[in-house]
Structure formats: C-alpha cells, structure tokens
Design a protein around this ligand. Structure first.
Ligand SMILES: [Zn+2]
Length: 109
C-alpha cells in the first residue's frame, strides 16, 4: 500500500473519483484517494483527459485577475466576458455581494 504524499499517514486507494469544477460535473477519473486526509491524486494521463474535458465544457480560464477601479465613491470590479457568459449575468441585474472572510468576496447571482 502506498502512503499519502500529503499527510504521510493515510493509505492511497485506487478508485474512480468524480471531479467537479465551479459546481459543474466534469466526469469520473482514475485516481488515488487518501484514506486519512481525503487528498486526491490523479495520474498525468488522467489529468490530461480532465483538462481536455474542462476546455470542452468552457470552464477553462474562468479564474482571472481583475483590477479594482474607482467610480465616484464606490469601487468597481470588472467581471470578464467568460465569467459573464458562464453565469449568464445581464447588465442591470441585481446581485448580492458579501465578504466570506477577510480576503474572499462572494457575488451571488
Ligand atoms: Zn493523506
């Protein structure tokens, strides 16, 4: 039995592990899951298959950097086109914004 590369305590068990990105099911992939910490390791081959599927689903590159700008007394954050399309947000739509922690902002559509 292989020991976990992350915690060094658990054992790695081979299984099909479902992979989800931004709440979208990407598929099930052959991987090894730690019995202790739950960390998942995929082979390079499976990772390539996964990446291909992620691109097909239009989930690739959704995470981007954006600059905070000033508009009047408020600050403005631009949301790029890919995310707009993914979330299907329209101009003028009302969204809810709240801090989840000191360094994480959540926008709920
Ligand atoms: Zn582990």
């Amino acid at each position: 039995m292989k020991k976990c590369y992350m915690c060094g305590k658990g054992e790695l068990k081979k299984k099909m592990i479902p992979y989800k990105l931004y709440g979208v099911e990407v598929g099930k992939y052959k991987g090894e899951k730690c019995t202790k910490c739950g960390e998942v390791f995929y082979s390079e081959e499976e990772f390539d298959r996964m990446t291909k599927k992620v691109k097909e689903l239009g989930l690739w590159g959704l995470e981007t950097k954006t600059k905070v700008t000033k508009v009047g007394n408020s600050l403005d954050i631009r949301i790029n086109k890919k995310i707009v399309e993914f979330l299907n947000i329209k101009q003028g739509e009302e969204v809810t914004v709240y801090p989840e922690s000191k360094n994480k902002l959540v926008i709920t559509v």
